[in-house]
Design a protein around this ligand. Structure first.
Ligand code: SAM
Length: 253
């Protein structure tokens, strides 16, 4: 049970734990229609390469062997679409996201890409997944977990819904550790991204939150410890683009 005095952070602001999800939901309702365009602009296209690394690591079977992926905080479906295109006919992805506007954009994209029979969309909260124990062959979460108020709960749920012998993969912004790059990255994050967000979506505040939330996310070693504490084994991570992003992995054995 949440205690009424528990707080967390929403970007750089301290907020009551129970309020964070509402604030996060407002962000993604506001940006949903322009979310994919903004991803390309903000990351100068790099998010595509980062997502490709996640799919290569996931390595879904290319055969007709059944393989069920759960893509949590899957938003407009990018990870699931990429996985479906890399996989064989036995593949099915379930995109689970708390935000109906993000899911609506995802459903339209699935139809346009003729992937609606291989990717389905379900509204749900990462902290309390509405799926049976041991139901999935893989769990992915890309740029989602830092938005979840209680990360430990989401990790425990990930463990619960995975079959033994299957994999958890998390792609998330991380800590830039290359001297020089850190200054350029800070400048770009705080001086370019919010005004860009205002120009493209009419909403600078949501993008201010996004860059602040990246700075508040645990360092990769601390996040790896949290993944281990949820029960996962063989936990490791790979830094990408000088630490802008990290791909974390763990196995339910
Ligand atoms: C930055 S987007 C990532 C979307 C997609 N995975 C991608 O890589 O493009 C973050 C997503 O997390 C979702 N989200 C935030 N809190 C959540 C929660 N508690 N449970 C499920 N999804 C959540 C948001 O609605 C949003 O769609």
């Amino acid at each position: 049970m949440d205690r009424p005095d528990q707080t967390t952070h929403f970007g750089f602001r301290d907020v009551p734990l129970g309020e964070k999800q509402t604030l996060v939901n407002d962000v993604f309702h506001s940006v949903a229609q322009r979310y994919d365009l903004m991803n390309d602009l903000m990351s100068v296209g790099l998010h595509r390469a980062w997502k490709d690394v996640m799919i290569t690591t996931l390595d879904p079977p290319k055969s007709d062997r059944p393989f069920a992926l759960l893509d949590v905080a899957g938003g407009t479906g990018d990870i699931s679409f990429r996985a479906a295109k890399a996989a064989g006919t036995g593949f099915h992805a379930t995109v689970c996201d708390i935000n109906s506007d993000m899911l609506a954009v995802g459903r339209e994209r699935a139809t346009r890409q003729h992937l609606d029979d291989r990717v389905s969309f379900v509204e749900g909260n990462a902290e309390t997944l509405g799926f049976a124990d041991r139901a999935f062959d893989a769990y992915t979460i890309a740029f989602g977990i830092r938005n979840v108020p209680q990360i430990e709960l989401a990790l425990r749920e990930a463990y619960r819904v995975l079959k033994p012998g299957s994999r958890f993969l998390c792609l998330e912004f991380s800590t830039v550790d290359v001297p020089g790059l850190d200054k350029i990255y800070d400048l770009f994050s705080f001086k370019v991204i919010p005004p860009l967000g205002r120009a493209v979506t009419g909403d600078a505040e949501s993008y201010q939150y996004l860059v602040e939330s990246i700075r508040k996310f645990p360092r990769p070693s601390a996040f790896a410890e949290m993944i281990g504490a949820a029960g996962f084994a063989r936990v490791k991570w790979q830094s990408l683009s000088g630490g802008i992003v990290a791909l974390h992995s763990g196995w339910r054995l």
